[in-house]
Write a protein that binds this ligand. Sequence first.
Ligand code: MF3
Ligand code: CO
Length: 250
Amino acid sequence: MAVTVKSEREIILMRESCRLLAVVHRELEEKLRPGMTTLDIDALGEKIIRQLGCVPNFKNYNGYPASICVSVNDEVVHGIPSKNRVLNEGDIVSLDAGLIYKGYHSDAARTHGIGEISPEAAKLIDVTRESFFAGIKMARAGNHLYDISNAIASYVRPYGYGIVRELMGHGIGTSLHEEPMIPNFAQRRRGMKLQPGMTLAIEPMLNMGTPDVEWLDDDWTVVTRDGAISAHYENTVLITDGEPEILTLY
Ligand code: MF3
Ligand code: CO
């Protein structure tokens, strides 16, 4: 799927899709409790998405069996919700959600602590979020795509966290995944020029340990190879003539 530049009409639809997704994330965050299962989160998320009149875009995407990706501790992304996986105090959980509104996709992820978490885990979550904001400072028309990647990587470097390389951000619009791919690690080339009207899902994934990941036998769940915890932060962003608009913030 090629890079697309959205028209004014499409931008209005993207904004609404993303605004509704922000509502989903806010409600999920508010309901998160120790003792919940990851399947409870999926069921709740799907219910909220449908009550808003939207469709969960992850469900059945390449065979993914749920609406919300719920990834706990050493799970990086694409955890499959299960009635047997209970959230406990001290866990960190990444919720990745998306929806379709009038044909337009939105995509956003947050990592939350369950109850009290270690200062080290809290720091990883903070730096992951901050690295996104470092990246989007460069998300301006006339800059190049990999300016974003390099800004994320430079921000993370002093902390020593592992930046996941196998998974990247992406363009988004009438498809969940459009070109271009957006790496979160340093690039030697500049990449394509950014234009107003591009909508991008920018999504750093940081590991407390090494960057290396593996796939579980379910063929979805991505885990850290060393078993250390991992955090994820993602928003859908609009490139404009000036400051980027972060469409999935509440
Ligand atoms: N948010 C994920 C991404 O950006 C999408 C999950 S793919 C799914 O790639 F199949 F798990 F839904
Ligand atoms: Co995404």
